[in-house]
Design a protein around this ligand. Structure first.
Ligand SMILES: Cc1cc2nc3c(=O)[nH]c(=O)nc-3n(C[C@H](O)[C@H](O)[C@H](O)COP(=O)(O)OP(=O)(O)OC[C@H]3O[C@@H](n4cnc5c(N)ncnc54)[C@H](O)[C@@H]3O)c2cc1C
Length: 299
C-alpha cells in the first residue's frame, strides 16, 4: 500500500514547526523517524493531510547533563544507547532500548518519537515512568512541563495537544547514583517484537542496603504504562536479598493487574507473565546490588 496524498513541510526550527502545525490544525502530523507513522500511513491507518518533518530541526537533537539528563526529542534511539552520559546517569534507558525493535529501527527511530507515539507495549515510556521523567513540551502558548505520569494517557494517546510538540525529555538525577540499582526485562514472542509484558525497575538503597524507594513500571498490561504503587510500598524498607519479599511483591503486582485478553495471550497469562517478570527484575537488581544469595544468577 502507498500512503494517501499529503502536504509536506520541512521546518528548520521549533518555531517554524509550530507555525506549520497551527496552519494545518488537527489534520497535520509530525514526522520524526517514521518507524511507526510511515507504516501506519502505508496501511492507511493514518491519513494526515500534512506532514511536518522534524528532520531539519537541529535544536531537537542532543543529550545534555545539567544536574538532570536532557534528551532532545529528535535524538536517534541508537545515539541514546551509545551515549556514555546516558550509560552513566540513566542506565535503565540503555537497557530498555536494547529491547526496542532491531538495529535498523533504532538507527532511524527517535527517542521522542517513541515517547510521543505512546504505544502501551513500548519500552521507553515505561522506563521513563519508573525514572519519574518530565516531558518538555513546546506549543503556541509557550513551554510546559508534563510529568511522565500525566503524559501517557491511553493507547497511542498523550497529553500533547495537536498544536504542540515534544521538545525533550528530562530525567532527574538519582539521589545517590552509587546506591541506585535498575533492571529492565520483558517477554516477547520473538526478539524485536513488541512485548507481551515487561517491567522497568528502579530501586534506591539506603546506607544499610535496604530499599529506600522503589519504582516498578509495567508495559503491555494496560492501555498505558502503569506504576505498581502497592507493590512498591511493600518493597520499601525491605531487602532485595529477601526471596520471600520478592515473591510477595510479585504477587502484589499480579493482584493489581486487570489486563485485557487478546490474540497474543489471555488476561490470566499476562498477569502471570508480569508477576514472573517483576520477580526476575528484583532478582537481577539484588544481584547487581551484590545482595543475591549464592547460587542465584538473576535470570
Ligand atoms: C519492525 C519494527 C519493530 C519495532 N519494535 C518496537 C519495539 O519493540 N518497541 C518499541 O517501543 N517500538 C518499536 N518500534 C517502533 C519504533 O520504536 C519507533 O521508532 C517509535 O515508535 C516511533 O519513533 P519514530 O521516531 O520513528 O516516530 P514516527 O514514526 O515518526 O512518529 C510516531 C508518532 O509520534 C509523533 N511524534 C514524533 N515525534 C514527535 C515530537 N517530537 N512531538 C510530538 N509528536 C511526535 C508522530 O506525529 C507520530 O504520531 C518498532 C518499529 C518497527 C518498524
Amino acid at each position: 500500500m502507498k500512503p494517501a496524498p499529503f502536504l509536506y513541510y520541512r521546518p528548520d526550527s521549533v518555531e517554524e514547526a509550530l507555525a506549520a502545525l497551527a496552519q494545518q490544525g488537527d489534520d497535520a502530523k509530525l514526522l520524526a523517524g517514521g518507524q511507526s507513522l510511515v507504516p501506519m500511513m502505508n496501511f492507511r491507518l493514518a491519513q494526515p493531510a500534512a506532514l511536518v518533518d522534524l528532520a531539519g530541526v537541529g535544536e531537537l537533537v542532543g543529550i545534555r547533563r545539567n544536574g538532570a539528563l536532557e534528551i532532545g526529542a529528535m535524538t536517534r534511539q541508537s545515539a541514546v544507547m551509545d551515549a556514555a552520559v546516558v550509560a552513566e546517569t540513566a542506565p535503565l534507558l540503555v537497557e530498555a532500548l536494547t529491547w526496542v525493535g532491531h538495529t535498523a529501527n533504532r538507527n532511524r527511530g527517535t527517542f521522542g518519537g517513541s515517547v510521543a507515539h505512546a504505544d502501551p507495549a513500548a519500552e521507553l515510556p515505561a522506563a521513563l515512568l519508573a525514572l519519574e521523567a518530565e516531558m518538555l513540551v513546546a506549543g503556541p502558548a509557550g513551554a510546559r512541563v508534563v510529568p511522565a505520569d500525566d503524559f501517557f494517557l491511553f493507547y497511542l494517546t498523550t497529553a500533547l495537544e495537536p498544536d504542540e510538540l515534544l521538545r525533550a525529555v528530562r530525567v532527574p538525577a538519582a539521589p545517590d547514583p552509587k546506591r541506585r540499582v535498575v533492571a529492565f526485562t520483558e517477554v516477547a514472542r520473538r526478539r524485536g517484537d513488541f512485548a507481551l509484558a515487561g517491567v522497568a525497575l528502579v530501586a534506591d538503597l539506603d546506607a544499610a542496603g535496604a530499599v529506600a524507594r522503589a519504582a516498578i513500571a509495567l508495559l503491555g498490561v494496560d492501555g498505558r504504562p502503569v506504576r505498581m504503587a502497592d507493590a512498591e510500598a511493600l518493597l520499601a524498607g525491605g531487602s532485595l536479598a529477601d526471596a520471600a519479599l520478592r515473591g510477595a511483591v510479585a504477587a502484589r503486582t499480579r493482584d493489581a493487574l486487570d489486563p485485557a485478553s487478546d490474540h497474543h495471550g489471555s488476561a490470566e497469562y499476562r498477569k502471570d507473565v508480569a508477576a514472573a517478570l517483576v520477580e526476575r527484575a528484583l532478582r537481577q537488581a539484588a544481584l547487581r546490588a551484590g545482595q543475591a544469595p549464592a547460587g542465584e544468577d538473576g535470570r
